[in-house]
Design a protein around this ligand. Sequence first.
Ligand SMILES: [Ca+2]
Length: 164
Amino acid sequence: MDFLGLLRIRIRRGINLAVRDTVSSDPYCVLCCGTQKVKTRVVRGNCNPVWDEELTIYIKDLNIPITLSVYDKDTFTVDDNMGKANIDIKPLIECLKMGLECLPDGTKVDRVHPTRDNCIADESCIVWNKGKMVQDMILRLKDVECGEVEVQIEWIDIPGGKGF
Ligand SMILES: [Ca+2]
């Protein structure tokens, strides 16, 4: 197997997404990493959609960008763009490398702050919980007038994977 492991991305909800139809939008998310592409379902007529969906991608190389894009589903025309954001998994990987498996549940291992280069809208915590390292983040969408998407990422080791 030539990949490092899996990344589970829980796409919780969109906040104040852009209007692309008359008064609302029909948003869905697309995650891309290299040649992989996975999607959420469409939530009709809601700029604050709740998807609560888990998508999984495999990671071959930590330097291949992971992009989340939001689109408005249209029936007769091409789906409209509602912005995108990069998901930076390196802080989470750094925490995993520390080997902190003995920590009590709920320990905050690190905090990632919004910067000019990342797409994080608010302080994002990396937490050790129930045997897993997870990071909640609110992504600030770019190339659009407004909108944020709340996600949680989690690394999954796989038997036979190379690890990092
Ligand atoms: Ca539409």
